[in-house]
Design a protein around this ligand. Sequence first.
Ligand code: SF4
Length: 158
Amino acid sequence: MSMLRLADYDIVFQEVPGEVSLALNISGCPNRCPGCHSPHLQRQVGEPLDEATLGGLVDRYGGAVTCVCFMGGDAAPAEVARLAAFVRETTSQRLKTAWYSGRDRLPDGFALSWFDHVKLGPFIAALGGLDSPTTNQRFYRATDDGLVDITELFRRGK
Ligand code: SF4
């Protein structure tokens, strides 16, 4: 039984540079950022997000996207990693995976190898999101040698 719940989802173009992403908005966020941009995600809303739900979404939208982006899930990071592994394995690695976390750093023992990208850092309204020059948030590409900060890609063309 999954602890994660799927509030809603969308196909998005900005969240992961160079990818068309199926963004899964996970509810039950524990972070309580002041000025939270998505207060409904702090509540437990939506259907359980498990392999059955995710497999259905990948069947339906997998041909239209290049990446599955998990938005949130900080209450159960190991479950997010397990679902990322499911995406990789059931698509023979055709789909990339990304995790948007509100944490400052990865949880101890987090299975980063299942991810191509990770966003870290709480939302601080005064500093702005990833496209803000003053943002505290960081967006990384996950490589065999560790995390590479590519946050600047979000500011191109601004
Ligand atoms: S991580 Fe996102 S959803 Fe959670 S409290 Fe912060 S801004 Fe809101």
